[in-house]
Write a protein of this length. Structure first.
Length: 500
């Protein structure tokens, strides 16, 4: 399909791309189809059934909230975060739901939003994806008007049942430098004397011919979000390359804003575990060390990597706005390494050189993420956290090599190392909340990315395992992993450590 960078990096809300962003998008897509098909005015009742991981950890991940918001016509990238509780409170107090914000029906949540915790898949005979949901609407006589099944397959990506059953049915996008493996990526880049970043940039320019991609870019650079209701146009028309790079830099600005909020905010995270937000305290410690000037902790840069990753994921756990990279549960790794590059690894660079390095970072990280997305999985419910933090670590490691001017072989090597040392990592959040161990795990994943980059750049020529081999190994490991260790909160820390 030739996944775009702008499909991999999406602006959304926490705490989960697969359990929050994906279900909200699925609900929105379903009610939009009703409206476009002329069926919406005839709907008298709607029922939503959740299965598998969505049912088992959906409450902790806010899946119920996401479904209701999507049915109301809200989108993860534009919903007004301040108004969410008011909107949901209105539904729950009046037992009325306004579909697409225009057609009101009676809605009793306990009877019409159902968590099937004892059933893994919508169709028990078809073992599909463990993040399945079914939407059904009926008319006033009780006859079914429409029904569809959707799967939230990780990173906010969704597929209908028909799309899931026919993965080759999507139209193939045409790009100048297609690749389906890391070996092919390296070969094509070498044949055309391109860096991986330049290859991906050329592909993204070509993908501007796809209206769905241009719409995504428009929503990034001119979002219809509260406080920015009027999209602004650029002073001068941008070239296709400038459109792509401007959108990437805007994604980074969104990440920076998330970092700032995470560092500035203290208190306790919602959900009942009473987890204290720690990024603000860690940031004050680093500021105090700098201000006192008595000594400089040689590991302070690594501490900053950890605190940035944790700041982002504390915001995510609080339901704030984040950039899926490639998932919400792993959203802290990519911005942490981008911050590390700008503030610690590029001291002698000019602002222009830093910006160029940042663009290389995101373009290269996207290439690596696309390989995992198209050849394996980025869903914790399907392959465990190795598919989330592990993939983010791999992406960030390769991206950092590119930002620092490393060659394509070193990029592939660093990406392989990044995953190699995350293989087998389970997804076992306590209470179904993206807090323990998820927040610290982002910090650890970011630190591993720095080490993977340094090892690949400082010790070339020792590469024995390819990125393609490690991607296949990751996927096979995930398939062998028992489902209770894959975002179900039925084993691991989630079972053995009940109270914190």
């Amino acid at each position: 399909m030739n996944t775009s960078l702008f499909e991999l990096f999406k602006i959304g809300i926490g705490p989960s791309s697969s359990h929050t962003v994906g279900p909200m998008r699925a609900a929105l897509r379903f009610v939009r189809s009703l409206n476009e098909g002329g069926k919406l005015p005839h709907v008298a009742s709607i029922t939503v059934d959740l299965y598998g991981s969505l049912a088992l950890t959906g409450i902790g991940h806010g899946t119920d909230r996401a479904i209701l918001l999507g049915l109301m016509g809200e989108s993860p990238d534009t919903v007004d975060l301040v108004q969410i509780d008011t909107m949901l409170g209105g539904i729950r107090s009046t037992h009325r739901l306004r579909l697409m914000g225009m057609h009101e029906v009676e809605f009793h949540e306990p009877e019409q939003l159902l968590f099937h915790r004892n059933q893994m898949y919508p169709d028990p005979a078809a073992h599909t994806h463990p993040n399945g949901m079914r939407f059904t609407v009926s008319d006033a006589t009780g006859n079914t008007l429409a029904a569809d099944i959707f799967y939230s397959i990780g990173g906010g990506f969704i597929l209908s049942a028909a799309e899931f059953a026919n993965p080759g049915g999507a139209s193939k996008r045409v790009v100048p430098y297609p690749f389906s493996s890391s070996a092919e990526l390296l070969r094509v880049a070498a044949e055309h004397n391109l860096t991986i970043a330049n290859l991906v940039l050329a592909n993204e320019v070509a993908l501007l011919s796809d209206p769905s991609i241009t719409r995504r870019i428009d929503r990034i650079v001119s979002p219809l979000r509260p406080g920015n209701e009027t999209p602004h146009a650029a002073a001068e028309p941008l070239t296709p390359e400038q459109q792509v790079t401007h959108a990437i830099l805007t994604l980074w600005q969104t990440m920076e804003q998330c970092i700032e909020r995470g560092i500035a905010t203290e208190g306790t995270l919602p959900g009942g575990l009473n987890v204290r937000r720690r990024a603000a305290g860690l940031a004050r410690r680093l500021e105090r060390i700098d201000a006192e000037g008595k000594y400089r902790d040689p590991l302070a840069p690594m501490d900053s990597v950890t605190l940035v990753a944790m700041a982002v994921n504390e915001e995510n756990a609080a339901g704030g706005r984040v950039v899926t990279a490639p998932t919400n549960g792993a959203a802290g790794v990519i911005p942490a390494i981008a911050h590390f590059y700008l503030h610690h690894a590029s001291h002698d660079a000019t602002p222009e050189e830093k910006e160029a390095g940042l663009l290389r970072y995101f373009l290269t990280a996207a290439a690596i993420g696309i390989l995992y997305k198209e050849n394996a999985s980025i869903s914790g419910a399907e392959v465990g956290c190795q598919g989330e933090v592990g993939v983010a670590c791999s992406m960030a490691a390769g991206g950092l090599v590119a930002a620092l001017g490393g060659d394509n072989d070193a990029i592939e090597h660093a990406a392989e190392i990044g995953m190699e040392h995350n293989l087998g990592m389970t997804c076992d959040p306590i209470g179904g909340l993206v807090q323990i161990p998820c927040i610290e795990r982002n910090g650890m994943g970011a630190v591993k990315a720095v080490n993977a980059c340094r090892l690949a750049m400082n010790d070339p020529g020792t590469h024995k395992i390819s990125l393609d081999q490690i991607i296949e190994t990751m996927y096979r490991t995930g398939m062998d992993m028992q489902s209770r260790y894959k975002e179900t909160s039925l084993a691991g820390l989630a079972l053995n450590i009940i109270e914190c």
